[in-house]
Ligand binder design. Structure first.
Ligand code: TYD
Ligand code: MG
Length: 451
């Protein structure tokens, strides 16, 4: 291990130094030096040989982007319809959220493919115990390896390349040439770049599990997001059973698709109809509970939004949200105060999206505003109503996208009244037994909900 094998590079200006320095002598940035393998440039030069030529765009063979379809439909959906061969996918999430479980179930759902599951976190015995608990019975070969030395792993893959490689986790893998410890930016970057090379050269999909802390401080995984083809995030509340798989980056598909799972005694269960699940524990008939229709990716999902407005007991009134942007809540409250003359100066306001879901869509504004009003007045809204609409600063209810899908989902689940933006009404079909109420402002919406 040594000086001539690795070097330290300033991440701001690319200044190189044979040893670590606290402050870059070139650009003056502090703590910007990261250890890198010195041989990297040499290899790059060698591979940049003369037998490589640019090709006309029309001759590029895209049929080679074969997708492997698993039996985990929710997983395939998030990736845009299956796993692209030779792609590198980073799966991030809090420790204990279920990443290893998800990967093992995926491994078992890949019919007839050979899977190599490399773990630096658990022994082969622990992996086996988990597999038994999950009751996974892979149809192809399922090899496990407890190893953290990437050079050893790389040799094994050279000898017998697997059909799919799963690495649990990227933070435990090391290239021993580097002095930096496992999980450091240097190690994570070097190991990820070697995994990328393996994926591209051998055309096998590689899944890299990466731990993310609650604060989102993912020094390691964050540093490799640009190298990988897709970044998936597995999230959910530790105490809720629901888990959402989100795509944050996807070179082969859209990024707003989500997959919904439920963590059970024997592993994750796919949730094909999220609306039914998210509404199943609804506090219908209570004040402060409304149903919103959100679109996640291509799917409409009905969710319960809850608000609780109570008198502030001391000092500054609280504004607290779970699963919803707190600044957006502040804005909605300001609109209610200004346009409806309501007063929240002495009220704490709590907003919660039920089921541990996180919603960033403005189309849920109306449902949230109505739930706040319902709680403030202690008036339960009808339990058969869904509210759709974005709220503008003037208190106007603005049109939303994909309104048909939202309405259909609401009608399918038996809701009788749908409050929606007037502008969205044009050309809409009456959906079965549900009645459509168009509203132009929050004021009108309140009057139609509490006649
Ligand atoms: P795990 O996949 O080990 O999480 P990660 O790899 O993201 O750290 O899952 C850990 C949690 O999931 C653990 O708290 C136990 C729970 N769990 C179940 O509830 N059911 C199961 O069948 C399994 C395997 C785990
Ligand atoms: Mg794990």
């Amino acid at each position: 291990m040594g000086k001539n094998l690795t070097r330290y590079v300033c991440q701001t200006c690319a200044y190189e130094s044979p040893r670590w320095v606290g402050k870059c002598p070139n650009c003056g940035t502090w703590n910007s030096f990261v250890e890198e393998l010195a041989t990297k440039t040499a290899t790059r030069r060698r591979t940049g040989g003369s037998n490589i030529a640019a090709v006309p765009l029309e001759d590029v063979d895209i049929a080679r982007d074969h997708r492997i379809v698993s039996r985990l439909a929710e997983f395939d959906r998030v990736l845009g319809g299956g796993i692209v061969e030779g792609s590198v996918i980073l799966l991030g999430g809090d420790p204990g959220i279920g990443k290893s479980t998800l990967m093992m179930q995926l491994a078992a759902a890949l019919d007839g493919l050979s899977v190599l599951y490399v773990s630096g976190e658990e022994s082969s015995r622990q992996i086996k115990l988990r597999a038994e608990r999950l009751g996974v019975r892979p149809t192809g070969s399922f090899l496990v390896l407890a190893e953290t030395n990437l050079n050893v792993l790389s040799d094994i893959i050279d000898r017998t390349p697997p059909g799919v490689l799963i690495v649990d986790s990227i933070q435990t893998m090391v290239r021993p040439e580097l002095e930096a410890p496992a999980g450091s930016v240097s190690q994570v970057r070097e190991t990820a770049s070697l995994f990328t090379k393996i994926a591209k050269e051998k055309s096998i999909p590689v899944f890299l599990i990466g731990h993310v802390t609650k604060e989102g401080a993912i020094a390691g995984p964050k540093a490799i997001e640009h190298m990988v083809d897709a970044v998936l995030q597995f999230e959910g509340e530790q105490h809720h059973a629901y888990r959402i798989l989100r795509s944050m980056k996807n070179r082969f598909g859209s990024t707003n698709e989500i997959g919904v799972f439920e963590m059970r005694e024997h592993g994750l269960r796919e949730v094909a109809n999220p609306s039914e699940v998210f509404l199943s524990q609804r506090s219908a008939g209570l004040s402060g509970s409304m149903v919103a229709a959100s679109i996640e990716g291509t799917r409409p999902i009905l969710i319960e939004v809850q608000a609780l407005v109570t008198a502030t007991s001391y000092g500054v009134p609280q504004r607290n949200t779970t699963g919803f942007d707190s600044r957006r809540l502040g804005l909605l409250i300001a609109v209610l105060e200004k346009r409806l003359g309501m007063s929240f100066g002495q009220q704490d306001v709590f907003v919660n999206i039920a089921g541990g879901l996180r919603i960033d869509e403005p189309a849920v504004d109306l449902a949230i505003a109505l739930s706040i009003i319902s709680s403030l007045r202690d008036l339960p809204p009808g339990s058969e109503t869904v509210a759709i609409g974005e709220i503008g600063l003037g208190g106007e209810v603005r049109s939303v996208s994909q309104v048909e899908k939202r309405i259909q989902e609401a009608a399918k689940l038996g809701f009788r009244q749908i409050i929606l933006p007037t502008q969205n009404l044009k050309g809409l079909q009456q959906p079965g037994s549900a009645s459509l109420t168009g509203v132009g402002s929050i004021d009108e919406a309140v009057r139609s909900l509490f006649p």
